[in-house]
Design a protein around this ligand. Structure first.
Ligand code: ADP
Ligand code: MG
Length: 320
């Protein structure tokens, strides 16, 4: 089967067909009709086999994740997702692999009304690039630079799960059963916080998605806003499954491991009490913004604790 037949079979005319797409897959370019009065939010992410995912990841998980990481970026802008393009490089034209990949991709696309409007298919090392576009009024977008001293710092969901899942997948953490499956699913099938991002318009002063680890990602907000933060390690939201894994010092994983795709955001003190009611997912206050630059981690007694080293999950084997 040639490249064109593969595209037609697995990707053309699948998933949501939106009214703002005059022309989708099949011509030299797609034609898109952005809504008047909104900015186009656009983001792109590449996942490389052996770098961002294990080459034997189930293809349906990869299809999900390739879109999920981009949905997460739009969520962190408060944007409503709409159109995706997909570039796949494959060592060989494997119909079964593509079918499963497409199933994972379109299941998630359908949940968020995203139409696949084009892409590219080439032979080469396994790599997947998704570009995603969506809409947000420019003055309502959640930027990184809006955090102010006195703001509260929040995070959705739980942190550290995907880091523990990676340790399990790589054989560095011996843990099996339903809780281990949950942690692995958090790594392979992250839940982008799209609705939460939309609900945070007009409420959050700054936002980012946690892809590289809380400390690093919040650091981007702090740098862009010219402020610092104090975080309470006892407040970090840890899942029951992460605690059940028996991993030592789980807060360090929550603070430094990546791939959770939760949202970290700040909100002014007077807006903070309304945050939990505004969101459809768990949300936890983990600290506050201060004027002095830098990120400080505090223990339950308010003492400064050494920051977890970046990539702390490498310690998982030693400390278990
Ligand atoms: P061209 O050579 O003109 O760039 P292609 O043969 O690459 O065209 O693509 C033909 C059509 O199929 C285009 O509409 C393109 O966007 C779409 N397409 C190609 N690969 C993919 C893919 N992996 N996913 C979705 N659409 C794709
Ligand atoms: Mg062409």
């Amino acid at each position: 089967m040639n490249e064109f037949e593969l595209i037609r079979r697995h990707f053309a005319r699948r998933g949501p067909q939106r009214e703002d797409v005059p022309l989708g897959i099949g011509d030299d370019a797609a034609l898109l009709a952005p809504p008047a009065g909104q900015a186009l939010a656009t983001t792109v992410d590449t996942l490389l086999g052996g770098v961002h995912f294990s080459p034997d990841i189930p293809p349906a998980d990869l299809g999900h994740k390739a879109l999920a990481v981009n949905l997460s970026d739009l969520a962190a802008m408060g944007a409503e997702p709409a159109w995706a393009t997909l570039s796949i490089s494959l060592p060989e034209a494997d119909g079964a692999w593509l079918a499963a990949f497409a199933d994972g991709f379109f299941a998630l696309a359908g949940r968020f009304g995203v139409q696949l409007v084009g892409g590219d298919t080439t032979r080469g090392p396994l790599a997947v690039t998704v570009q995603l576009q969506g809409f947000v009024p420019a003055d309502a977008a959640l930027r990184r630079g809006g955090a102010r001293p006195g703001d509260h710092v929040f995070v959705t969901g739980s942190l550290g799960d995907a880091g523990a899942g990676l340790a399990i997948e790589q054989g560095r953490l011996a843990f099996t059963g339903p809780a281990a499956d949950f942690l692995l699913a958090r790594l392979h099938r992250p839940t982008p916080r799209v609705e939460a991002g939309l609900a945070l318009r007009g409420l959050a002063s700054a936002a980012i998605d946690v892809s590289d680890g809380l400390g690093q990602d919040l650091g981007h907000i702090l740098a862009a806003s010219g402020v610092g933060a104090e975080l309470e390690i006892a407040a970090l939201p840890l899942s029951d499954e992460l605690l059940a894994s028996g991993i030592a010092q789980p807060w360090r994983l929550a603070a430094a491991a990546g791939d959770d795709y939760e949202l970290c955001f700040t909100a002014p003190a007077d807006a903070a009490p309304g945050v939990a009611d505004a969101l459809d997912c768990p949300v936890t206050r983990i600290g506050r913004i201060v004027g002095e630059p830098g990120l400080r981690w505090l223990d339950a007694q308010g003492r400064t604790v050494a920051p977890p080293p970046r990539g702390w999950d490498h310690f998982a084997r030693d400390e278990r």
